[in-house]
Design a protein. Structure first.
Length: 82
């Protein structure tokens, strides 16, 4: 019936070592290296990502405001109606 997905080839002379997930540190070096690294990456990308979002937000709010104004009736058009 062929080979199953995990056993497609037979590897010889290769030794692999694994460690149990229960023996690993879940948050190893999280506070000493993880947070400073995240802050460094954030500082490096914020001026590349933030301006397009700010421009898109300003265009969106302007367009919604302009659309709401265009839906209103002009009272001067109906000043002489009786």
């Amino acid at each position: 019936m062929g080979r199953h997905f995990g056993n497609l080839i037979k590897m010889r002379h290769i030794i692999t070592y694994t460690i149990s997930p229960f023996e690993q540190k879940a948050f190893g070096n999280y506070f000493s290296k993880g947070i400073p690294n995240m802050w460094r990456r954030f500082k490096g990308q914020v001026f590349r990502v933030l301006p397009p979002f700010v421009v898109a937000y300003l265009v969106y709010t302007w367009a919604n405001h302009d659309h709401e104004l265009s839906l209103r009736k002009n009272p001067a058009d109906f000043a002489n109606d009786k």
